[in-house]
Design a protein around this ligand. Structure first.
Ligand SMILES: [Mg+2]
Length: 138
């Protein structure tokens, strides 16, 4: 599957890439603006992402705004609810206002609190039917 990892901190990008490289092809973006551009190009090229991991606190464009832009672009391009990309917000911000905004205004798929644990991330992948192998690999 195709995965877009979005975080302004290099360490976080590398960490998520390490966790996910065995389950998909990972692209990286350093802020919300880059993320939205990458998302648009992928959709236009007919190679949409299956999963976007989106940090919230970033320069240029934050994750909340990037989330809204991605959903708006999907809607403009006739992507149906069942086809829309799975987006996990990945943030140290877990205040109620941030979570509510992400779910109800942004329509993120789910929300993961930093620091990210691989087991939590993979449980979420399974929950949304994204292929990540057996739950207890030998
Ligand atoms: Mg950040």
């Amino acid at each position: 599957m195709r995965i877009l990892i979005v975080d302004d901190e290099p360490h976080n990008r590398i960490l998520l890439q390490q966790m996910l490289k065995s389950v998909g092809e990972c692209d990286l973006a350093v802020d919300g603006r880059e993320a939205v551009e990458a998302f648009m190009v992928a959709l236009d090229d007919g190679l949409p992402y299956d999963l976007v991991l989106l940090d919230i606190m970033m320069p240029e464009m934050n994750g909340q705004d990037a989330l809204k832009s991605i959903r708006a672009y999907e809607q403009e391009h006739g992507v149906t609810d069942t086809q829309e990309v799975v987006i996990f917000m990945v943030s140290a911000l877990d205040t109620e206002s941030q979570v509510v905004e992400a779910f109800f205004k942004g329509r993120c798929t789910d929300y993961i609190t930093k620091p990210v644990r691989q087991s939590v991330l993979f449980d979420k992948l399974r929950e949304y039917k994204l292929d990540c192998g057996p739950s207890n690999p030998a």
